[in-house]
Design a protein around this ligand. Structure first.
Ligand SMILES: [Zn+2]
Length: 360
């Protein structure tokens, strides 16, 4: 929505070959064995018959005994069409639990293990890369160093994080077959991914009970730049920074774009989070920050002369929208103050900034 994004090539995508081999070969296989895995698997995984091997075996037996083998195999391939499922309300979605709870449980165990495999040494030895390298590359090649969804938080990519920031568009708890599809994996910020924001909420159903399908945006489909307007519904009072009322308006280029923007905003609560998590905090602290900025730039005698000019350059310093969290929101507020605020608010803040300087 906010940035045009392109997937980057990575050997991690080789993970897909494991379930692809499984579903390509299952119909012809009478018994379970290494034929259900890619040719390279045994060399790197070893001859262990536990873990992934055992979970694949379990899933194999359940599919073979289901009497609905072909339906399940087709369901797997359909589950990889993430882009199509987002774009159209007419695609078929496959749910393992519609076959049986046993299939759903076995699929979850196998695919969740596969997802964790992205972090396992035997797989990173084979792929010769890891999630952290992938995320760094993703940021560099897209020139977006923030959460691609809200544009206002970082995506973690350091070795001290307990979990990688590579998350699912279709959540893996409800869509196990899509768990390691590369089209379903995105670097996401913690704030967007956690419940109750994304969590396990449905994105292509307008409610979690799956009654009405809906279109939903897909991060690699760029529909154009949205226009962002910052609206002051009520100015805050100087001594009560959170008493103001604000709204960001997100404006699309056409009707479809607008529908997808509205859903993105409603689902990820972008407007609310920009205001509650960033704007309110900034309004509370910005006069102090600006005072500290000013004393580096001017002498106190020049305060009256240089205030407006320095406020403008302070706003302009907040222009790294793709790099630093909060910059966009802070820019909009300062821009409002410079161009639209009442003289009372503008001068009220000015007096406050001056007091900060004098008190330090
Ligand atoms: Zn985010």
């Amino acid at each position: 929505m906010l940035f045009p994004l392109q997937q980057v090539d990575t050997n991690l995508q080789l993970i897909e070959e494991i379930p692809n081999a499984f579903f390509n070969n299952i119909v012809d296989a009478d018994v379970f064995g290494y034929e259900l895995f890619p040719a390279w698997f045994q060399e790197y995984y070893g001859n262990r018959q536990d873990g992934l091997y055992q979970k694949a075996n379990n899933l194999f037996q359940i599919i073979k005994n289901s009497g609905r083998e072909l339906e399940i195999v087709n369901g797997y391939w359909e589950s990889l069409q993430i882009n199509q499922h987002c774009l159209s309300v007419d695609t078929l979605l496959f749910y393992c639990e519609d076959i049986s709870i046993e299939l759903f449980t076995a699929a979850k165990k196998y695919f969740h293990h596969l997802y964790k495999t992205l972090d396992y040494d035997w797989f990173t030895d084979y792929s010769n890369t890891d999630i952290i390298k992938y995320i760094i590359e993703f940021k560099k090649s897209n020139r977006v160093f923030l959460c691609p969804i809200c544009g206002n938080e970082t995506i973690t990519s350091n070795r001290f994080e307990a979990r990688a920031a590579l998350d699912h568009w279709f959540c893996k708890a409800k869509y196990p077959f899509s768990s390691v599809s590369w089209d379903n994996l995105f670097p996401l910020g913690e704030g967007c991914n956690r419940p109750p924001i994304k969590g396990e909420n449905e994105i292509v159903w307008s409610e979690n009970e799956r009654v009405n399908r809906q279109i939903f945006f897909y991060p690699f489909n760029w529909l154009g730049n949205m226009q962002i307007e910052f609206e002051c519904i009520e100015e805050p009072s100087i001594d009560n920074p959170t008493s103001g009322s604000w709204r960001f308006n997100f404006i699309g280029i056409d009707e479809t774009h607008q529908i997808l923007i509205n859903k993105w905003d409603a689902f990820f609560r972008v407007n609310d989070r920009w205001i509650n998590e960033t704007l309110d905090v900034f309004i509370e602290t910005w006069t102090q920050t600006f005072a500290e900025y000013l004393v580096l730039e001017i002498n106190i005698e020049e305060f009256e002369l240089k205030y407006n000019e320095k406020l403008l350059s302070f706003r302009n310093s907040k222009n790294k929208f793709n790099i630093y969290p909060n910059h966009r929101v802070e820019w909009f507020f300062l821009n409002f103050l410079i161009n639209e605020a009442t003289p009372e608010l503008y001068n009220g803040y000015k007096t406050m900034v001056k007091k900060h300087i004098e008190n330090n």
